[in-house]
Design a protein around this ligand. Structure first.
Ligand code: KPL
Length: 302
């Protein structure tokens, strides 16, 4: 019976070897899915998957099965466009592609590369994972995910994609319109990530009075821009969400803080940069986001 189920499950190709990618690959494997890892280096990839006190070795094969029919692409926003450009020649004509990253501005880039029957999805997640070493992934915070289709072709394989994402990064709430969830995540990331990067601190350190005024003005500007872009949020609702995420992730360093600390490329241009580009289109000024953007650019120009 169990074997029968395995045979019917589609092969998922996970792109990259980031923490969320390896976490998803481990959970998909444990749920009986065949999984292959698409990465720069050839050959199988073995890693240690740690969740709570459990530790388990996971071995993923290198892609031998082409074309790719089901693809999860949890790579940083700045790497998405190039990754999809490289993948298009190996995607099946009806492939399903799931994007998952912080920030905005990639969806339009990807849509223009896909064929009419290739489905596009976005999954936004609050699961926390990190890699203390290149071949170890730790599931550090249990979260949840929101999944939504981005084109008509996604609807043709809705249940297969939903089931797999539930196994990979569940529980998953499936929504017809993913944009409100993406904007709310953008709100959180546009406050926590730049501020923790500027002050080189953990998320929890933003909860004191010291940062309250800066957080408030960043949120007010965000809500104004979101409204102009067709997304209505109240300042209070966004402030509550930001406070909740700060509390729930108080002991974590944000992804952007870590990228700045390690002198790696950051998602600044897809978070604050995206807000500033949108604001320009609407003829709006976001002085607080602009100021933090300039300060962070001086810290690292990437
Ligand atoms: O998404 C995050 C990130 O670090 O990028 C938050 C929610 C801010 C958690 O740290």
């Amino acid at each position: 019976m169990a074997q029968q189920q395995t045979i019917n499950l589609p092969l998922w190709t996970v792109v990259g070897e980031g923490a969320i990618g390896l976490l998803s690959a481990a959970y998909l494997t444990n749920a009986g899915y065949p999984v292959q890892l698409h990465r720069r280096t050839e050959g199988p990839f073995q890693f240690d998957f740690q969740s709570g006190t459990n530790s388990q070795p996971i071995v993923l094969s290198a892609p031998r099965k082409l074309p790719y029919t089901h693809v999860l692409l949890p790579v940083k926003a700045y790497a998405v466009h190039e990754a999809v450009q490289q993948l298009v020649s190996v995607l099946s004509d009806d492939a399903q592609l799931v994007l998952s990253h912080n920030g905005m501005g990639t969806i339009e880039q990807v849509q223009s590369l896909l064929k009419p029957k290739q489905g596009l999805w976005f999954l936004t997640t609050s699961h926390g994972a990190y890699k203390p070493e290149p071949t170890t992934v730790v599931h550090s915070g249990r979260g949840q995910s929101v999944l939504g289709p981005l084109n008509q072709a996604a609807m043709t394989q809705q249940s297969a994609v939903e089931r797999a994402m539930h196994a990979a990064l569940g529980p998953v709430t499936v929504v017809a319109d993913i944009w409100p969830a993406l904007w709310l995540k953008l709100a959180v990331n546009s406050v926590i990530n730049p501020l923790t990067s500027l002050h080189q601190c953990k998320n929890g350190e933003l909860s004191g009075l010291k940062h309250a005024a800066a957080i408030r003005v960043l949120i007010e500007e965000f809500v104004m821009l979101a409204k102009a872009s067709g997304q209505k949020f109240s300042i209070e609702a966004v402030a509550q969400r930001v406070a909740l995420v700060i509390e729930q992730t108080s002991d974590n360093y944000s992804s952007m803080q870590q990228d700045f600390a390690k002198n790696r490329q950051t998602e600044l241009n897809y978070i604050t940069g995206f807000l500033l580009r949108q604001a320009k289109q609407h003829g709006l000024d976001l002085p607080a986001h602009q100021a933090i953007y300039q300060l962070l650019l001086q810290k690292s120009p990437r």
